[in-house]
Design a protein around this ligand. Structure first.
Ligand code: TPP
Ligand code: MG
Length: 284
């Protein structure tokens, strides 16, 4: 099977607009429910924009197309971020945004594969995504399918032993079709990741496990595009990790500067305020 490219490759200016749109959609969903992991969504929006509008080979009108690159959301609590990207990509209709978190919605607050087109796995139990990605990458290779498997995980998941078992297996099986993205926002439920259970020096760890590794500013679109290009085009069969240093609540300064925690506190009147702040910074 040829690895045809069907996703539009856009300029970085357009990517900035896509990232902005993803942020705005995530905040709109948070406003609907009055809650949601919006700090994570704002932080990872650039990574998702580059994934869905530059790197992924996919067909929005046919989310189950066999040749698609698989994008696994290991972190089920980031579902609000992925829904925003799936809506932006045209995989989900925009009107469904209003149903976020409601009974019978296809957009439950934690990601569930059975509910949502484009949600490849049910990833809420942390530390499972990379193992599933290894199995998928092995399966695709066995079928002669040249698609990539992307696994988006968090820095909190680096403390799960299962992540490192999967990392070891990926290198052992020479899974050059596997790209693991770590959203390193230096936050987890108990505080800063580097103070709770540090995984540093993180690039050295991935490298020691036999992976090709890059570490980039995960809110820099140019750096992300370059890193994804390198990961996709790398010769050889090492699995590839991209550690993305991101800022929680990126793009909404009054939230960025708040004492950030896993559960960023957004007061009832602040959802609209956050939308207004974004509206002032809309890229062309
Ligand atoms: C196996 C497992 N243990 C605990 C949890 C509860 N939990 C949900 S999110 C989270 C924080 C994990 O760290 P990270 O994803 O880096 O947090 P964030 O950046 O979103 O603050 C925890 C402990 C879980 N979902 N799964
Ligand atoms: Mg984190």
């Amino acid at each position: 099977m040829q690895h045809e490219r069907s996703a539009a490759v856009l300029s970085n200016t357009s990517l900035a607009r896509r990232a902005w749109d993803i942020r705005r959609k995530a905040v709109r969903m948070g406003k609907v429910q009055g809650q949601g992991y919006v700090g994570q969504a704002l932080g990872v929006a650039d990574v998702l924009a580059v994934s869905y509008f530059h790197a992924l080979n996919h067909r929005p009108a046919d989310p189950e197309w066999e040749g698609r690159d698989r994008f696994l959301l290991s972190i089920g609590h980031y579902a609000i971020a992925l829904y925003a990207a799936l809506i932006e990509a045209g995989i989900l209709p925009e009107a469904e945004l209003e149903t976020y978190g409601a009974d019978d919605s296809r957009l439950p607050m934690s990601g569930m594969a059975a509910y949502t087109p484009g949600m490849e796995i049910t990833g809420g139990s942390l530390g499972q995504g990379l193992g599933i990605a290894v199995g998928m990458a092995l399966g695709l290779r066995a079928k002669g399918n040249p698609a990539f498997v992307y696994n988006l995980m968090s820095d909190g998941e680096l403390g799960e032993g299962s992540t490192w078992e999967a990392a070891m297996a990926a290198a052992h099986h020479r899974l050059g079709n596997l790209i693991c993205i770590v959203d390193f926002n230096d936050q987890q439920a108990d505080g800063k990741s580097t103070e709770t259970l540090s995984a540093e020096p993180l690039p050295d760890k991935w490298a020691a496990f036999g992976w090709h590794v890059q570490r980039v500013d995960g809110n820099d679109l140019d750096a992300l595009v370059a890193a994804f290009n390198t990961a996709r085009n790398l010769e050889g069969d090492r699995p590839r990790a991209i550690v993305c240093d991101t800022v929680m609540c990126k793009g909404v300064p009054f939230l960025e500067s708040r004492e950030i925690t896993h559960f960023v506190r957004v007061e009832a009147d602040e959802w609209q305020k956050a939308l207004s702040v974004l509206d002032e910074t809309r890229p062309e």
